[in-house]
Design a protein around this ligand. Structure first.
Ligand code: GDP
Ligand code: MG
Length: 166
């Protein structure tokens, strides 16, 4: 009854956020989750997960031709990740701002990568780069799901919504 369909409701924006294996190993799960939680977005899915190689390759399919692609896939499957679905108005672009630029050395202080990482290949967190990719990564894409399966998202209303949304 409280399970949310994997396909988003009309007008709802969602992003896929993931604590990468280095973030998990370094004990940064709580720190990273709290950045999005304090901002006010709504958490609709959360799990600890060991990513298989084919899923990592599918997730980063747009980067398949990059020289660092094999290293990137090895990195993502090197240990458990924390998968999250966050929802809210403008959540995709806002989360990218909270995360900071891809290279942690040039990411602004105050961002997750700017505060917590030093290497592009160990940049602790992923965030979808567009609403379409948010749906591709969370939801159904060409008859298959990527990070979440049917029944893994939870439908609930945050009771602080009137204090967050005008
Ligand atoms: P993001 O959207 O900011 O995560 O960056 P991209 O989508 O461009 O790249 C995906 C991930 O690949 C990044 O978060 C990095 O972990 C990794 N990556 C990107 N560029 C490089 C690179 O030049 N070298 C290495 N080793 N990894 C990279
Ligand atoms: Mg990207």
């Amino acid at each position: 009854r409280h399970l949310q369909p994997i396909i988003a409701k009309e007008g709802v924006e969602r992003t896929y956020i993931m604590v990468k294996p280095d973030g998990v190993q370094r004990g940064l799960i709580g720190e990273i989750i709290s950045r999005f939680e304090r901002k006010g977005f709504a958490l609709k899915g959360l799990k600890l997960f060991q990513c298989p190689t084919d899923l990592a390759e599918e997730h980063y399919v747009e980067l398949k031709e990059k020289p660092f692609f094999p290293k990137l896939v090895k990195y993502i499957v090197s240990g458990p990740v924390v998968c999250m679905a966050w929802e809210g108005p403008g959540v995709v672009a806002s989360a990218r701002k909270l995360i900071g630029s891809t290279n942690p050395l040039t990411a602004e202080p105050g961002t997750i990568r700017g505060d917590l990482a030093i290497a592009v290949g160990r940049n602790v967190v992923h965030g979808s780069d567009s609403p379409d990719n948010g749906e591709r990564e969370i939801g159904i894409f060409i008859f298959q799901t990527l990070w979440f399966k049917e029944g893994e998202l939870v439908e609930w209303e945050q009771n602080n919504a009137p204090w967050l949304l005008e």
